[in-house]
Write a protein that binds this ligand. Sequence first.
Ligand SMILES: NC(=O)c1ccc[n+]([C@@H]2O[C@H](COP(=O)([O-])OP(=O)(O)OC[C@H]3O[C@@H](n4cnc5c(N)ncnc54)[C@H](O)[C@@H]3O)[C@@H](O)[C@H]2O)c1
Ligand SMILES: O=P(O)(O)OC[C@@H](O)[C@@H](O)[C@H](O)[C@H](O)CO
Length: 577
Amino acid sequence: MLELSERGLEHTEAWKAAGVELPRFNRRQVAEHTLDHPRWVHFGAGNIFRSLIAKAQQKLLNQGLADTGIIAAGTPDSETIDLVYRPHDNLTLLVEMDAEGRLRKEVLASVAEALCADPFRTDDYARLVRAFENPSLQLVSFTVTEKGYALTEPRGGYTQEALNDFEAGPEAAEQVMAVVAALALRRYRKGASPLAFVSLDNCPHNGDVLRKGLTTVAKEWAIRGHAEKGFVHYLENRSLVSFPLTMIDKITPRPSSLIREELKRLGIGGMEEITSSRHTYAAPFVNAENIEYLVIEDDFPAGRPPLEAAGILFADRDTVNRADAMKVTACLNPLHTALAVTGCLLGYTRISDEMRDPVLRALAERIGRNEGLPVVVDPGILSPEKFLDEVLNKRFPNPFIPDTPQRIASDTSKKIGIRFGHTLRAYMERAELDAADLTAIPLAIAAWCRYLMGVDDEGRPFEPSPDPMLEELRRRLNRPADRTADTAEAFETASKMSDRKDVWPGALPNVRAILADAELFAVDLYAAGLGGKIEKMFRDMLDGPGAVRRTLERELGTERHDADDPARIPAERSNPL
Ligand SMILES: NC(=O)c1ccc[n+]([C@@H]2O[C@H](COP(=O)([O-])OP(=O)(O)OC[C@H]3O[C@@H](n4cnc5c(N)ncnc54)[C@H](O)[C@@H]3O)[C@@H](O)[C@H]2O)c1
Ligand SMILES: O=P(O)(O)OC[C@@H](O)[C@@H](O)[C@H](O)[C@H](O)CO
């Protein structure tokens, strides 16, 4: 069996015979040069980092356009550095899948070092300090999920973890914003050299979110005497420290056992997946689609690698902002979120299968074409219509991408306001539009509330994906709703479902306690004229087994008149490998 390691790579011919591309640069030289001249540190060394960012740097190294690698930093709670990077000498096997089912396989060796960003892991931390103190460092990038930036509770006020970090100070920082602030403080004290902090997470104005996270920690430390005021000024000095906006796009599912088995068939072993205690899914390989877009605001005070040569687009701030809004709030992620929650309710485990179900396809089409696209501002750099066409007709239906609604449904409470709030606000603000006319977005929100109950459309229990607000939202739902003239009928239908008392208490869930939370949705759904409409959709989705599907079909006008049920596509049919 071929083994993914420095020694394993010596079997060059065998790797080539297995159809795997190998690095075309001197790995040892690059690793040594990175130690002396670090240019790039990345936090959150997960799947998208490897599928897109590490691949881009590998392209530069292969072309002789770079001479250093990336230092990958696992965030303090990350186990992947120890469990995935180190046993494989920081190498990754990238597997990209196109719509014809071809697999492109490449060993990535552009991660020069993989370190735990934890002040209590003293050796690793000292190496990170050394990198941050070196003026050669140009950029520090992040894919730490939306949760990674959060210092405050949804209802305002700092989280207990953030307060702990403010009190404990830089040497005992635990959360990623505090750890990075501690490292930035070392850079400030060593001469305050310029630097770019680049968020590559899916949140609008991601650079601003990152700026706020780091400067908040700095200010709280300054108040408590853990840091100088000058440090705050350093982070706020835009000619020295930048926080470019970015738009990142490449569907990178969790590692799939199908791909692992295919690699084994090709003679490549030791590719087992791990799930960390914090729900990170990782493996020595990463599987992703072959389409990718990365647009970055060109603001790098310390210079940057020539990433254009790796296909990355650089643009001004407004352009990046529009490109991101186009993708995250209209043409891709809202469709994904809708497919994620409805997919979990209707028993799907593949996004591509959902796209073959007429009602779910109609839901995605309506959210993108009819409701999102009309309020999208064309970024110029990418055409929204073409982008959406590619999403609907090529990317989501690609049966070779093993992406699951369960992955995408993770942390939906952190994303739902971003995914739909932007469009809803645009409908409220524009005189010629009326939010109350919308159907598909309200359906997706109703389906999310229905999903939170953890009971599928057949009345079977399922485990919702991890979400920091899951328990709180379920508590809200579990407070029985008031019986009013409006809800009397719904009470009856809810009690009809009560034959499964173990999973279905029979009382009408209090969906208003979720829908009235304007912070969650980034908009007041009742002021938008949508609260009552969504409540009704939600209640309709409770009307016995199959009610979710019937509600979607009725609202979207896709009722079926035959007995053939496309919903029950067995998972095996979707396994093309
Ligand atoms: N996977 C994709 O298709 C994709 C595409 C575009 C953008 N993204 C963005 O990248 C992010 C990461 O995606 P991924 O597929 O690499 O996920 P992943 O689970 O493989 O990696 C996530 C990384 O974030 C870290 N992390 C998680 N919670 C954290 C917290 N609270 N504080 C600090 N670090 C934390 C984990 O340790 C891990 O290193 C997404 O949330 C999204 O914003 C993902
Ligand atoms: O990564 P999240 O959790 O923000 O959203 C889940 C998916 O929609 C997302 O990962 C997409 O696959 C990605 O945004 C495609 O570029």
